[in-house]
Design a binder for this molecule. Structure first.
Ligand code: BGC
Length: 748
């Protein structure tokens, strides 16, 4: 039977029953029509499949043993779609082996503030990077016959009051920063489901927002799957279904199914609306059943090894002044509670029951002589004098000191935001005291989001491990000892202090309103515009080898609407160790038509090279890559004029650049009336000539005897003068003014 036939064979009760969960993790089945139930499970960086009767959405109760892979904060730093795709394949396979049909991830919300409690799950402050990496992850999972749930749609950038807060921003900000991440993932990878967020956007609950769930997601972007609510996000079920929310999760104990039937009876809901939701649910159930047919084996040991490899490809070497790699003969002291109790995942719904998390002491003998000392506890911030003394004594005996710092688990989790950006005092103190000893010091960080690093200039090396999954300790040791070459780059800026962050003045908002006052200037878009120093810039990451960039070429130096151009360049490994380089392409708008960031990421690729090897990289840019969101046009718009393409090893390390021109973009709408300014008419090609020929001579009375040095003043005065002022300054009658407006209107 076709999906439509199945749904028309259902009673209204059966159709309504499909639109809410059977329990915490399953949709309802309709056995008589062979519609199976769909099993869902968190996500995003490992499986949290609960099989107990006490289920929850906060990671509190037991889940089956699974492999904990690096979290989104780490995997984004790979800048490598292949890494995310591999991760997706691994997760998809594990899901199939455990009978899970839909994995609740990836989580892609933009990192607006370093304080957001869920930043560890999210990818980036940049929508292009986050969107494309999400797409690669989705393709990987879905290739295995398992669906994903792209979450949390939309503008869910804080945990504070997450179920009530309204994200308030200008249209331009929404369309330029917060929506494109979802758009890219939806268009490129067709996720089976999208999860709507808890919060409101401009006052409307995401779970009831027809503009978001239907007009944008389906009509504009072509989404053809199921929209599922975040767990407990449903408020008014009828409004939700009408807006495009097909599945309420978890179960509403049928109370909302009954509401739908009442609405059907009263005419508030139409039969067609209910049937459409049921059809979409049946399609999902069919896809799930089909995908589950292929057998799968969950080899935890093999996946653990993959977790280590992935972690190695994500960690970011932030600083290295001849401190790394360590040599096997170095006498090394490894200090810090996290060496013994690694922090490798975040708290909340993504919390995984890992298969195997070896700590550093357990692995040490493979690397060289290492002495371990705790120095501080991994769970608190109080200084323990005895632990500190013991660590300093170990440091004194060593050639090199590694201090493993991080954010204790209870300081960073889903459901609350951090209050500050500092590391615990006991950690900062130990780092400073070890620096006083004059040894080479390397700090390793295990955290889900940026922290302030007051001692950054004093230490010789910093390795950002983020929350790197159960392979964290092996990956760190492999990188420290040069058994693997660091290749991660920061997917977010590290401000020097919290107060530098653009959202600082507004975050997290008050009285159920989160005001996005910084607008489009999020992360590097802000720091660069303000010429503000950061601790480490977006896209930064070091390697043990070096790369040379050359031969930048464009297929055309002009781009028009509906056209594409290709940008190619050569990258060569000029060092002595095999390595991977994440190359970044930024576009900078020089037209000065809109307030825009200095530059924006529009392409990235990671290339692996043996020593001496070189490869060509090619990027494709479309007209939209030069565009911003224009509120006048109500769409994306690239002004005509000059732009620059910048190729960088980071946002602050631009290696190659060249100019490109946008041409033949339609003119911006120009409304002609008595308030239109002369300058607006002069800068529009349609009215420019007319103004010069018919108006400028008349305006000469204004330029009079201004004399040298006043040209700029006179020019500005004329430019900003509305047409109505011609009455007072040039002597136009009202009739003449009306005639002029009519003539100008005919030109646009
Ligand atoms: C989270 C989701 C998660 C769901 C199910 C919610 O609290 O926001 O990301 O998938 O719970 O556990």
């Amino acid at each position: 039977m076709t999906t439509k036939e199945i749904v028309s064979a259902m009673t209204m009760e059966e159709q309504a029953s499909l639109t809410s969960g059977a329990d915490f993790w399953h949709s309802k089945a309709i056995e008589r029509l062979e519609v199976p139930s769909v099993t869902m499970s968190d996500g995003p960086h490992g499986l949290r499949k609960q099989v107990t009767t006490t289920n929850d959405h906060m990671g509190l109760n037991e889940a089956v043993e699974a492999v904990c892979f690096p979290a989104g904060c780490a995997t984004a730093c790979s800048f490598d779609r292949k890494v995310l795709y591999r991760l997706g394949r691994l997760l998809g396979n594990e899901c199939r082996a455990e009978g899970v049909h839909v994995l609740l991830g990836p989580a892609v919300n933009i990192k607006r503030s370093p304080l957001c409690g869920r930043n560890f799950e999210y990818f980036s402050e940049d929508p292009m990077l986050a969107g494309d990496l999400a797409a690669a992850y989705i393709k990987g999972v879905q290739e295995e016959g398992v669906g994903v749930s792209l979450k949390h749609f939309a503008a869910n950038n804080q945990e504070h009051e997450r179920m009530c807060s309204s994200s308030e921003m200008e249209d331009r900000t929404l369309w330029e920063i917060y929506l494109p991440v979802f758009e890219r993932a939806v268009k490129q990878a067709k996720p089976w489901t999208v999860m709507c967020s808890y919060n409101r956007v401009a006052g409307a609950f995401a779970s009831e927002d027809k503009k978001l769930l239907t007009e944008i997601l389906r009509d504009k972007w072509g989404f053809d799957g199921v929209v599922v609510s975040d767990w407990g996000a449903v408020r008014d079920r009828v409004a939700g279904l009408k807006a495009g929310l097909e599945l309420e999760m978890p179960s509403s104990n049928n109370t909302n199914d009954a509401k739908l039937l009442e609405a059907l009876a009263s005419g508030e809901l139409t039969k067609e609306e209910l049937a459409l939701a049921a059809e979409r649910m049946v399609s999902l159930a069919k896809k799930a059943a089909e995908g589950a047919k292929k057998p799968a084996v969950f080899d935890r040991a093999a996946d653990h090894r993959e977790a280590v490899r992935l972690a190695e490809e994500c960690m970011v070497l932030l600083k290295n002044e001849q401190a790394l790699p360590l040599k096997p003969e170095d006498r090394v002291a490894v200090l810090g509670g996290f060496a013994f109790h690694p922090r490798y995942q975040g708290g909340g719904s993504s919390h995984i029951h890992p298969h195997f998390v070896p700590d550093m002491p357990r692995l040490a003998e493979k690397y060289g002589p290492i002495t371990f000392a705790e120095g501080f506890s991994a769970t608190g911030d109080k200084v323990d004098q005895a632990l500190m003394e013991e660590a300093l004594a170990a440091a004194k005996e060593a050639d090199r000191v590694v201090i493993v710092c991080g954010l204790p688990e209870q300081m960073e989790s889903e459901s609350f935001d951090r209050k500050h950006m500092k590391l615990p005092e006991c950690q900062n103190l130990l780092v400073e005291k070890v620096c006083d000893l004059g040894k080479k010091v390397v700090v390793v960080l295990q955290n889900g989001a940026p922290v302030e690093l007051p001692w950054a200039d004093r230490v010789d090396g910093i390795l950002e491990a983020y929350l790197a999954g159960e392979g964290v300790s092996e990956a760190i040791l492999n990188l420290l000892y040069g058994k693997a070459n660091p290749c991660g780059k920061l997917a977010e800026s590290f401000p020097i202090r919290l107060e530098d962050n653009p959202s600082y003045l507004f975050y997290p908002g008050l009285h159920h309103k989160a005001h996005y006052g910084e607008g489009i200037f999020v992360g590097y878009r802000y720091y660069e515009k303000k010429k503000m120093p950061v601790r480490f810039p977006f896209g930064h990451g070091l390697s043990y080898t070096t790369f040379a960039y050359s031969d930048l070429q464009l297929s055309s130096s002009v781009i028009r609407p509906d056209e594409e151009i290709t940008v190619s360049l050569r990258v060569k490994n000029t060092g002595t160790m095999a390595g991977k380089e994440a190359v970044q392409l930024y576009v900078s708008d020089h037209t000065e038509t809109y307030h825009r960031p200095e530059k924006e990421l529009k392409g990235f690729d990671a290339v692996s090279l043996q020593p001496g090897e070189e490869k060509m990289l090619t990027f494709t840019l479309a007209w939209r890559d030069f565009a911003c969101y224009s509120e006048e046009v109500g769409d994306y718009y690239a002004p005509n004029g000059a732009y620059e393409i910048l190729i960088g090893a980071s946002s602050a390390d631009i290696r190659l650049s060249c100019g490109v021109t946008v041409a033949e973009s339609p003119a911006l709408p120009l409304v002609i009336g008595m308030d239109t300014m002369i300058g607006e008419l002069l800068s529009d090609p349609r009215t420019n000539n007319f103004v010069k020929e018919a108006l400028t001579p008349k305006l000469s009375v204004l330029t009079g005897d201004a004399g040298d040095g006043f040209d700029e003043m006179v020019e500005a005065m004329i430019r900003d003068m509305p047409l109505r002022s011609l009455r007072s300054f040039v002597g136009l009658s009202n009739e003449e003014l009306d005639g002029l407006i009519a003539e100008l209107s005919a030109l646009v």
